[in-house]
Design a protein around this ligand. Structure first.
Ligand code: CP
Ligand code: NVA
Length: 324
């Protein structure tokens, strides 16, 4: 049973641990601030499920939600989470604001900073987030970029804690070394886990991310290993994580990717190589029959619906700590 935690306790722990102003990357967190977000998320989940809220904004609070790409989970959990905490989200699509064409990113940031208390953005280019953060004068949160998806990783590690506890584990990533892989690897390494990544040649995680994750692992006692062999990555693993083979923005590469990724499908025979009680993770949306089979996604070892639920609780915890 996890220790009960109040928002005030979490905020004090957060403030004492050199907290970041923004959440653009998992690299903005340290082990203590990451653990604080997760601990508060567990407490918030328990409260929300009992019809209560641990935190409500004391002042009128509005947040801009910029989405250059589609979303189900991220948009709904952000809007619902802000509502539950008494704040308001203003949803802005690319056709509304046309970032970088109708108006320069820095000018959009300067405007928003005069009206809202936070900016959350899903963008094609990570550099757009950095520019928003430079000019917005409010905290900026990454809701997915080409480089990272830190909100996702917090929900992933919360789900792993719920299912497996806090001891160091072996976690296998199978598939594209993409944005989700980057944030997951960084956070898992920060928290002391061993991450084994199996990606096809040419689709490995970025070298600078691997380096950063390996530096985290050297501090935390974890490890980060890269292979091209999915069987090697999942052998005796405690969790297997996969994501789509064609991320948003890469649609023109679809045919070439399908050929390369075929041996990386998470199916029942691959799952049998992991520990018998291993869990299966997927950030969703899934392409059933491509990177993951129906039998695995809908099977007893799948934790994907908890993972999706936990997007709500981890983002609420993060926003309460960043903006509260
Ligand atoms: N996992 C995730 O971010 O889902 P959406 O793209 O639907 O927000
Ligand atoms: N890697 C995927 C994640 C979607 C949530 C993408 O960027 O499209």
């Amino acid at each position: 049973m996890r220790e009960a935690m109040t928002y005030e306790q979490a905020k004090a722990r957060w403030q004492a641990a050199n907290p970041p102003r923004n959440s653009l990357s998992i690299g903005d967190l340290n082990r203590e601030t990451a653990q604080t977000v997760l601990a508060l998320a567990h407490a918030m989940k328990r409260a929300t499920r009992q019809g209560q809220e641990l935190f409500r904004f004391a002042r009128p609070t509005a947040v801009a939600l910029i989405f250059e790409k589609p979303s189900l989970r991220t948009r709904v959990t952000l809007e619902v989470g802000l509502y539950q905490m008494g704040a308001h989200g203003v949803y802005l699509t690319q056709s509304d604001i046309q970032m970088g064409t109708r108006e320069a990113v820095m000018d959009i940031a300067r405007n928003l900073g005069r009206w809202v208390q936070g900016v959350i953005a899903r963008v094609f280019l990570h550099t757009a987030l950095e520019e928003l953060a430079r000019f917005a004068e409010t905290p900026v949160v990454n809701a997915l970029s080409d480089r990272e998806h830190p909100c996702q990783a917090l929900a992933d590690l919360m789900t792993i804690q719920e299912r497996k506890g806090d001891a160091p584990l072996t976690l296998a990533w199978v598939g594209d070394g993409n944005n989700v892989c980057h944030s997951f690897t960084l956070l898992a390494a920060l928290l002391g886990h061993t991450v084994r990544i199996a990606a096809p040649e040419g689709y490995e995680p970025r070298a600078e991310i691997l380096q950063q994750a390996q530096a985290f692992a050297a501090e935390s006692g974890g490890a980060v290993l890269l292979t091209h062999d999915p069987c090697e990555a999942v052998a005796d693993a405690d969790a297997i994580y996969t994501d789509v083979w064609v991320s948003m923005g890469f649609e023109t590469e679809r045919e070439a990717r399908m050929r390369k990724f075929l041996p990386y499908q998470v199916n029942e025979s691959l799952l049998r190589l992991a520990k018998p009680d291993a869990i299966v993770l997927h950030c969703l949306p899934a392409r059933r029959g491509e990177e993951i089979t129906d039998a695995v996604l809908d099977g007893a070892q799948s934790a994907v619906w908890d993972q999706a639920e936990n997007r709500l609780h981890t983002q609420k915890a993060l926003l309460a700590l960043l903006l509260g």
